[in-house]
Design a protein. Structure first.
Length: 685
């Protein structure tokens, strides 16, 4: 008990000591302050009011104005009794008397000003009664009034000042630096019909009819040159009489020149609002040349030699589009398009990318957050050497439906769900060069039907600084008579891809993986190897990848190991003219690379692919060779893209690739390193 009382005494002493201490041990302040706020009856602050404070002891006066929020302050006041007066036009004056005590730092006030009551409106005096109207005597008319001769209407130019419509206003003649330097910056440049960079009626900058009908003309020249080394067979008709090896001389040179003309007539606005209707017509002509070093490559007839020069005219676009309805004030719409049209079913062209005749219904919802497509295509035959459309239909129909969602979960990340249906009927078809493409000249080569259903989920965009692209597809269906399996097969295959990239200053680092499932038992009646309808993959390097750019034929058979523009070892006769084959080895592609912005006009590309088969049993069955290892090789590439005018009107692209075979590729072909050099020059008006 004594200890407890002693503790209370110590606590009280400490409290008394603490009250006598001041931080930072200064003497108490001898002045005070007044702070207040003026409000109206609704609680809003009143700014601009005059506030006067007078000390009743020494008659000292202080004045200030309230701030915009009604707050006012008076500092450095001596203790005493004060009177405060506040005035503001439209409000009743406030008088308040109070005492400021010593030791009080701030005296707070909250004042309410009452509006001055409005004076009643004066009642106007009644008007005196008006006397009744008097009828004034009128003199009789002396005669008819004088008839003046009609005047001539003045010309329109003297009455009205004609003004051009908004499309006719041209830039004024103005040069920033006057006559000093004719080549200096000129802010206002008048366009010409041959100038695609400035205002041009042929490029849709002015209406060609009325106020809202425009014409856009585009001219494109695309030149591709390729030199490569690819494994080719050397048969009994070899161009080299002393050749005894199974594989012949691998050198090849290819040149392809495309010219296209596109005219689009559309009605509506040139930006923001979707067009009301449009008509487009795009013919394209191709001239191609191929030089190889072995017979039997350009044609199955060895008498055709080792060179080929060919040309073809194709119709790549010819459609009519019309808006069906506007769905919201945010320019959401639904439109229909019928005719030959370009269509890419996903972000990277994994399953279907082509120019085919069809009917497409498309539009947007929820302020363009949702985009949808429903399309039907009846496929055309392709010209073999150019890849352009011919005017003959093939027995194949494709249905596509997809739904995009922009800013899914995170702003900048977009997701897509899609469905594809491929109905490919039996047919007998030889390509332009005379090779059999349907059915494929491998295994049991008989006409057959393919029915495949693709279910896909893909995404593209960025989450923070991380750029992300991914895709997954599941395909089901059946093949009435797969040539490799030699029987009817049920289709159950998958494909997955993912790419991550990160921007650091002027370099984008990227890494990706691509996988298509393979078939480990070709004869069991289930086709597990993934194949696309008609892909054009821009993935794992794209144009800067040897595996993606150069098609490799499977020697000793009538099929390709991989087709140009594809990543899948589909073992089909031709990507454009053959049928999908779901009995194939599948593939793993591990990719790393970097895109380097050397200058705003020059971009460098570094690319590296490590490639492996998933299952080699289909290859062993076709080639009657076992074992075949899983390693395919290492594909390394270096490329540049140069845009001299800093626009897409002139683009020069070059690439050099080396393919180092792994054991699996050596088992099938050769152990020699393969090379490829390619250049592409594109001019666009």
């Amino acid at each position: 008990m004594i200890r407890w009382l002693r503790g209370i005494v110590w606590i009280c002493a400490a409290a008394a000591f603490a009250q006598d201490q001041r931080l930072p041990r200064q003497t108490p302040s001898q002045t005070a302050a007044v702070q207040g706020i003026l409000r109206d009856p609704s609680g809003l602050g009143l700014g601009g009011a005059a506030v006067t404070l007078r000390n009743l002891g020494n008659e000292q006066t202080f004045s200030t104005m309230t701030l915009g929020d009604g707050v006012f302050r008076f500092l450095n006041l001596t203790p005493g009794r004060y009177t405060l007066q506040a005035t503001l036009d439209g409000f009743q004056r406030i008088d308040r008397t109070f005492t400021v005590l010593s030791g009080v730092d701030t005296f707070a006030l909250e004042l309410i000003m009452t509006p001055v009551p409005a004076a009643p409106h004066p009642v106007p005096p009644e008007a005196p009664p008006q006397p009744p109207y008097r009828t004034l005597p009128q003199p009789p008319p002396e005669g008819l009034p004088e008839v003046l001769p009609p005047q001539i209407i003045p010309p329109r130019g003297r009455v009205f000042t004609p003004l051009p419509n908004r499309w006719k206003f041209d830039w004024p003649d103005y040069k920033r630096y006057g006559p000093i330097d004719e080549k200096a910056e000129v802010p206002y440049v008048k366009g010409h019909w041959y100038d695609p960079f400035n205002r041009n009626k042929l490029k849709g900058d002015y209406p060609i009819l009325g106020q809202s009908t425009f014409l856009n003309i585009s001219l494109v020249s695309d030149t591709a040159v390729t030199g490569r080394k690819l494994p080719v067979p050397s048969g009994v008709g070899s161009d080299d009489p002393d050749s005894s090896d199974f594989f012949g001389r691998m050198g090849q040179f290819a040149l392809s020149q495309n010219f296209s003309f596109s005219a689009t007539l559309f009605h509506g606005d040139t930006a923001y609002r979707p067009v009301d209707w449009q008509i487009r017509f795009t013919p394209e002509v191709n001239v191609n040349y191929l030089k190889v070093r072995e017979n039997g490559i350009v044609s199955p007839d060895v008498r055709a030699g080792t060179t080929r020069l060919d040309a073809h005219l194709g119709l790549q676009e010819a459609f009519v589009e019309a808006k069906i309805a506007d769905l919201s004030s945010s320019f959401d719409f639904v439109s229909a398009r019928a005719g030959i049209q370009t269509f890419n079913s996903d972000f990277r062209g994994f399953v279907f990318f082509d120019q085919e005749p069809g009917l497409r219904l498309f539009g947007t919802l929820d302020s363009n957050r949702y985009q949808f497509n429903a399309a039907y295509f009846s496929m055309l035959e392709k010209d073999t050497n150019s890849g352009l459309n011919s005017m003959a239909y093939r027995n194949q129909q494709v249905l596509v439906g997809n739904l995009y969602r922009q800013d899914f979960l995170k702003p900048g990340y977009n997701i897509q769900a899609s469905f594809h249906y491929d109905k490919d009927d039996a047919a007998l078809q030889y390509d332009t060069n005379g090779f059999l493409v349907r059915p494929a000249a491998v295994g049991l080569a008989r006409p057959h039907k393919v029915r495949s259903y693709y279910y896909g989920l893909t995404g593209a965009g960025h989450i923070g600084r991380l750029n992300l692209t991914h895709a997954f597809y599941q395909v089901l269906g059946h093949d009435s008579l797969n040539p490799i399996a030699g029987r009817r097969t049920d289709i159950n295959a998958q494909m997955a891809a993912a790419e991550l990239s990160w921007d650091r200053d002027w370099i984008r680092f990227r890494a990706s993986i691509f996988w298509s499932s393979g078939d480990d038992n070709p004869r069991d009646g289930t086709a597990r190897g993934f194949d696309a309808i008609l892909d054009n993959s821009n993935f794992a390097g794209g144009f800067f990848s040897f595996w993606n750019r150069e098609g490799i034929r499977l020697t000793g058979s009538g099929v390709s190991l991989v087709s140009p523009g594809s990543l899948i070892p589909s073992l089909r006769s031709s990507k454009a003219e053959g049928q999908a084959n779901f009995v194939n080895p599948g593939i793993f592609i591990y990719n790393a690379g970097a895109d380097v912005e050397i200058t705003p006009k020059l971009r460098g590309v570094l690319n590296l692919n490590v490639i492996r088969f998933q299952d080699t049993e289909p290859l062993e069955l076709i080639l009657l060779q076992a074992p075949i290892h899983h390693g395919v090789g290492v594909d390394s590439g270096l490329g540049v893209t140069y845009r001299p005018p800093l626009t897409e009107n002139m683009v020069i692209t070059g690439a050099f690739n080396a393919f180092s075979p792994a054991q699996g590729f050596r088992d099938i072909f050769t152990d020699k390193t393969l090379f490829s050099a390619a250049a592409n020059v594109r001019f666009r008006f």
